[in-house]
Design a protein around this ligand. Structure first.
Ligand SMILES: [Fe+2]
Length: 252
C-alpha cells in the first residue's frame, strides 16, 4: 500500500513542480522525514502493521498543499500570508480526487481527510472523531512537529521562515512568549512579535507533542540543545538559558 503511494507521489511532484526550487526541495525532504517519524512512533507504540502503513501514507500526503503554496505565495509563514495548506491539501486530494492516484481503497478516506485537515491546527478538535481517527491525527501532528526540530537544527533559516539569523540574534523575547514557554505551553502565532519569539515558538512545539515516543525521539536526537545553541543571542542569552533548562526538565 505505502510503496505504491510513494511511487505515485514522487511522479506527481516531479510532473507538477520544479524540484530544483529550494522551497520545493525543502518540503519534499520534510515529507520523507515525516514518513520516517510516523513509522518510528508507530513501531515504538506497537501499532498494527496496517495502521503503520496508513500513518506513513498520511505522512506522505499531509503537506501536499504546501507545494502549491510555494508556487502561489513563495512563503511558508501562514500567519503572514493568510493561507491554510492543510485545507488546500484536502481540497486537492478529495475535491479534485487526487487521492485515488495514491491509494485505491476508499475505506481510509475519512481518516486521511481528518488527519490532514487537522495536522496544522493549534488545538486538535476530536469531537466528531472515532478512536482510530484520533490516533492518526495525533501521529501525524507529532511526526510533523518532530521534523520541524530536525529542519530547524540544520536547514537555512531564511528558506524555512523568511527571516535572517540577525532577526533572531538581535531581537528581544516578548514577555508573553517567555511566560507561555515557562508554563509549558505552545506559542500562539499572534503572540510572536520578534524573530527570537518565532524561534522560541518552534522549540515550544515540545509542549504540544502527544506521545512519549515522540518526546523520546526529541531527547535522543538532542534537539533541545542543538536548537538553543544554534544562534548567538545578543541580548537574551540569560533568558534563553532559562528556557533551555525548562525544556530539558520537561523532557525528563
Ligand atoms: Fe508538514
Amino acid at each position: 500500500m505505502f510503496e505504491c503511494a510513494k511511487y505515485n507521489f514522487e511522479n506527481y511532484i516531479k510532473d507538477n513542480y520544479d524540484i530544483t526550487n529550494k522551497k520545493i526541495a525543502h518540503k519534499l525532504n520534510h515529507t520523507y522525514h515525516v514518513v520516517d517519524n510516523a513509522k518510528e512512533i508507530c513501531i515504538d507504540m506497537n501499532i498494527d502493521n496496517k495502521d503503520v502503513e496508513l500513518a506513513m501514507i498520511i505522512a506522505l500526503l499531509h503537506d501536499i498543499g504546501r507545494f502549491e503554496q510555494v508556487i502561489e505565495k513563495n512563503s511558508f509563514r501562514e500567519d503572514i500570508i493568510n493561507f491554510d495548506h492543510a485545507e488546500l491539501g484536502v481540497k486537492l486530494l478529495f475535491d479534485d480526487n487526487l487521492i485515488r492516484n495514491f491509494i485505491k481503497e476508499e475505506e481510509y478516506d475519512s481518516i486521511i481527510k481528518k488527519a490532514i485537515l487537522n495536522h496544522n491546527k493549534y488545538v486538535l478538535d476530536i469531537s466528531d472523531m472515532n478512536e482510530l481517527e484520533v490516533l492518526h491525527c495525533k501521529i501525524i501532528r507529532d511526526a510533523d512537529k518532530i521534523d520541524s526540530f530536525r529542519a530547524k537544527s540544520e536547514e537555512d533559516i531564511f528558506v524555512m521562515a523568511n527571516m535572517t539569523k540577525e532577526d533572531i540574534e538581535n531581537s528581544y523575547i516578548t514577555d508573553q512568549v517567555f511566560n507561555d514557554f515557562m508554563n509549558g505551553k505552545t506559542i500562539l502565532s499572534k503572540d510572536r512579535k520578534t524573530g527570537i519569539d518565532i524561534w522560541v515558538s518552534y522549540i515550544a512545539f515540545i509542549f504540544g507533542l502527544e506521545f512519549n515516543s515522540s518526546l523520546k525521539i526529541i531527547k535522543e536526537k538532542d534537539y533541545i540543545n542543538i536548537l538553543f545553541n544554534r544562534f548567538n543571542y545578543k541580548y537574551e542569552k540569560d533568558k534563553m538559558n532559562i528556557l533551555k533548562n525548562k525544556a530539558i526538565e520537561y523532557l525528563k
